[in-house]
Each structure stands twice: as C-alpha cells, then as structure tokens.
Design a protein around this ligand. Structure first.
Ligand SMILES: [Zn+2]
Ligand SMILES: [Zn+2]
Length: 261
C-alpha cells in the first residue's frame, strides 16, 4: 500500500512539476527537488503538525500526560456518538494551509499527500487494542454538504477522501447521509450554538440500510466535533453498531474553523 501511495504521490508531483517546475506545494517557492512536494523548510513544519499529540479516542489535542487509559479529559467518562476519531494532525500553521490548498485550489499534490496520510493514520490507529478497529468497517461514509454548496464548490473533500479510504481499505463507499439543511457557518458560534446549528441538518439517504453496520465517517476538518456527532447520531438511529471518524485536521480556534465545520 505504501509503495503504491508513494508512486501516486510521485506521479502527481511529476505532473505538476511539468506546469510549475520545482514548486513547493505549501510556500510556492521554487526551491524543491523534482518529485518532492514540500521544500526543506515546509516539510518539518508539516511533520510537527502531524505529530502533535492527540487523544487516541476522540482525536482532540492532548499531551500524553493528559491521557489516562486512552482517554483525555474531554472524553473521559463519556459515551459520545462517535466511538473514536483519528486525524492526520493538528490544524497548525502548515497542515491547515495544506488542507486549504486541497479544499479551495483543488491542488492535486495536496490531495494525494493528505489522502495518503489519512490512510496511514487510520491504519496506525487500527493497531491499538481496546478500541474499535477502523480496518474492520462495513462502509466508508462521507459527511455530506448541501446540494447548493456542492454546486458552488470545485470539489467535495469528504467525498474525495472517502473514495481514497474505501479503495485503500478495500471497503465499500456508501453515501448513506444527506444534508437537508445548510444552516449558517459555524464560525464564531459557541459549542451549544454549533450543536443547535447542525441538529436535524442530516438524514439517512433514501434506501440506506445500516443494521449492525460499523461505519467510518469521513470529514476534512473538525473543531468541536458537533457535525461529526450529529452525523453519528443519525447513523446510529439508522441501526449502525458503531461510528468512528477519520478527519484531516482538528482545529482549535474559530479562525481555523473558517473551513466551515
Ligand atoms: Zn515550502
Ligand atoms: Zn479524548
């Protein structure tokens, strides 16, 4: 899998370098070797965001000292609708802008890198005992957007990522959710307002059959987790046994939440 991913990355980098020779996908300076997507300055910055410590259960930022028996203080003693969430990294100053390149510029190199890293995060997380294995899911489900927003944007990142994960994990892709209400963007809202904002915004797709299904829910960025929780609630009401989530980045501030989560 890693070899194939590496080949895909190199192919994407080579295709792009024909148009923009030796361009770093993050800082856009022309000082990278052919076939390398990130320059020597940006690579460690992205790695720092990828390696930011996270809670293995809910995916929030959490120093190792704050995690007890696999749970941080946010999720300890709770049974949230999302059984566990894994991420590529913290939003940060490098991973966040890379996600923006993917989301708003449809950058194919950023897409290839982030798809590969998300697959790696899911694979790595599945090796932890005592938590649901994300390799054993019955379906990969993207967090949907409204038909109107979908028409306006160049691509829908959760659907793209779900396609990548479904292919790499050899699991079926199932668009089991639809968004029936857009609601205002979540920027600047409190946690309670965010929860209200997404309540009732999702429904099961027509014909979706989930009894006993183990679901991997996929989104690009999550801030409070309100959207993921609401989607998981709908899936579980539809019969899903459990719902885990895979996201690119966990954002910690309202500014970072501009990605619209
Ligand atoms: Zn750079
Ligand atoms: Zn946690």
């Amino acid at each position: 899998m890693a070899v194939q991913s590496d080949l895909l990355l190199r192919a994407a980098a080579t295709a792009s370098s024909a148009l923009f020779p030796h361009r770093c996908v993050l800082c856009r300076r022309f000082d990278v070797d052919a076939g390398r997507p990130l320059c020597p300055e940006c690579l460690p910055r992205v790695e720092k965001d990828r390696q930011a410590p996270a809670c293995p259960t809910c995916g929030s930022d959490a120093p190792p000292a704050g995690v007890t028996e696999g749970r941080c203080r946010r999720c300890r003693g709770r049974r949230p609708p999302v059984s566990r969430a894994v991420r590529v990294g913290a939003y940060g100053h490098a991973l966040g802008p890379l996600v923006l390149s993917y989301k708003y510029d449809a950058d194919s190199i950023a897409a290839a890198m982030l798809g590969q890293w998300l697959t790696e995060a899911v694979t790595r997380a599945s090796q932890l005992a005592d938590l649901p294995s994300l390799m054993d899911v019955d379906a990969v489900v993207p967090v949907p957007t409204t038909a109107w927003r979908r028409l306006r944007s160049r691509l829908h990142v959760p659907s793209e990522l779900s396609r990548v994960l479904a292919r790499r994990l050899d699991r079926p892709l199932a668009p089991a959710l639809r968004r029936v209400r857009g609601g205002p963007h979540q920027i600047g809202l409190t946690l309670e307002q965010r929860i209200d904002n997404v309540r009732g915004a999702f429904k099961l797709s027509r014909g979706a059959a989930l009894p006993g299904a183990r679901i991997l829910l996929v989104d690009d960025v999550s801030t409070t987790g309100a959207t993921l929780s609401e989607c998981a609630r709908v899936l579980r009401r539809g019969g899903a046994r459990w719902v885990c989530a895979a996201i690119l980045a966990r954002a910690a501030t309202a500014m970072e939440a501009m990605l619209g989560v």
